[in-house]
Write a protein that binds this ligand. Structure first.
Ligand SMILES: Nc1ncnc2c1ncn2[C@@H]1O[C@H](COP(=O)(O)OP(=O)(O)OP(=O)(O)O)[C@@H](O)[C@H]1O
Ligand SMILES: [Mg+2]
Length: 407
């Protein structure tokens, strides 16, 4: 511990310094109040100060007051050295913020004991300050954790509401879509007959030729349009259904991961062939994951389709699918050479209905659905951009062969 001796009498100051050093403490001295204040300011190691009441300039009492006002947080222990013994002087000293005092001429044994008491108090004060700081930090951490949890709850609550809404909409849209689709198919089958009739009409009523030719030309286009529209509605309905569906953990069974990836690639074959290079970087140590094969394939298809969409206009068109076995985890990366995701949009792309695709092209549900499915598999879906272009979507799933280690 470092002790400051503030005493204008140089002889007494020297004696005090010698005792302090002899008792094994570090010592700094000051011969007036101003210098003592300066020493305290400059030396944060000073933990205890022996201060003479009478000093030129700043008196001991004034110095103590200044310390208590301007350094209110400091655990500095103040012992006042004085020849005054009257009660009112003692009270003045305590009111100024003095912790203890000793009368002149001082008894070295008594001074040593009072320093020891001071040392004990300083140490416990320091400990308290340290613990308070730790508590404050802990409280801050807890506060931000609580905020984060609250945000997550609001988010999952919103998603749950959206899920119920989505299920309702999907159900309502499904019925009319089914009969539009059925009628469109019947209509398509009738096209040859209708065409035949119209051509007959053309022969018997040539004055209506312009109109009939227009119908003959537009009719197949119209039915094609209906078919495309129905396809799109069905895809939205299916996405909405997936979005609102919560799978049961009992649905999770061992699924051959590489086989599932191959199935997904096969489903995307039409889109991939001749246009995109697919590289399989499979870790043969990976065998199964616990999952719902159909839903996992749905995720893989979503990611493959997204990757191809992102590579339409880029010069290199390569999708690399990597699997990795990592102790209690299995990782699957989909790395493309596409446009990448603008950094400021990275958090938004998982939100339902977020899409940058042209109107009518994307529902913006692919990633939201995929994220939900992977979460149900006790995993996580994340994205990062690749240096030099492209995005990497990564899935991490528990390794069924190795349950997670605690801690
Ligand atoms: N591999 C990728 N590279 C760059 N951007 C991507 C990639 N994958 C997704 N995105 C961005 O995230 C958006 C949301 O993707 P998501 O799959 O949810 O919907 P979508 O693909 O737009 O529509 P849908 O999946 O219904 O066809 C995309 O519109 C695109 O902007
Ligand atoms: Mg998509």
């Amino acid at each position: 511990m470092m002790i400051l001796v503030a005493e204008d009498d140089r002889v007494s100051c020297g004696i005090l310094e010698r005792y302090v050093l002899k008792w094994g403490f570090a010592c700094v001295t000051a011969v007036d109040g101003e210098k003592a204040w300066q020493a305290i300011q400059e030396n944060p190691d000073i933990a205890l100060a022996i201060i003479d009441w009478h000093m030129p300039g700043l008196t001991g009492i004034e110095l103590c007051k200044k310390i208590r006002i301007e350094m209110s947080e400091s655990p500095l222990h103040l012992i006042l050295l004085t020849g005054r013994k009257e009660k009112k002087d003692v009270l003045t000293a305590f009111a100024a913020g003095v912790d203890d005092f000793i009368t002149k001429p001082f008894d070295p044994l008594e001074l040593h004991s009072r320093i020891k008491v001071g040392q004990r108090l300083v140490e416990s004060n320091r400990k308290l300050i340290h613990q308070n700081r730790q508590l404050a930090e802990f409280a801050k951490e807890m506060e931000s954790l609580a905020e984060e949890r609250a945000r997550m709850l609001i988010h999952s609550d919103r998603l749950a509401t959206l899920g119920v809404l989505a299920a309702g909409i999907a159900h309502e849209i499904n019925n009319p879509t089914t009969f539009i689709s059925g009628n469109a198919q019947t209509l398509e089958r009738c096209i040859p007959t209708i065409e035949k009739g119209l051509r007959h009409l053309l022969e018997s009523e040539p004055d209506k030729a312009r109109r009939i030719n227009l119908i003959l030309e537009d009719f197949p286009k119209m039915t094609q349009g209906i078919r495309n529209g129905v396809k799109r509605i069905s895809s939205i309905v299916n996405h909405l259904k997936s979005f609102s569906r919560k799978s049961d953990t009992r649905d999770l069974v061992p699924v051959d991961l590489h086989q599932s990836l191959e199935n997904a690639l096969l489903l995307c074959n039409n889109r991939l062939k001749h246009k995109f290079e697919v590289v399989r970087d499979f870790d043969m140590a990976v065998s199964t994951v616990n999952g719902d094969a159909q839903r996992l394939e749905q995720v893989f298809v979503n990611l493959i389709v997204n990757a191809t969409d992102a590579m339409v206009d880029t010069p290199t068109k390569q999708l690399r699918i990597v699997t990795q076995l990592e102790n209690d985890r299995i990782r699957i990366h989909f790395i493309d050479t596409g446009t990448g995701v603008p950094e400021e949009k990275i958090d938004q792309i998982f939100q339902p209905f977020y899409t940058t695709k042209d109107p009518g092209k994307g529902t913006g549900l692919g990633l939201a659905v995929s994220d939900g499915i992977i979460t149900e598999h006790n995993g996580a879906l994340t994205v990062r951009n690749i240096d030099g272009g492209g995005a990497c979507f990564s899935i991490v799933l528990p390794n069924p062969a190795k349950p997670p280690t605690l801690g």
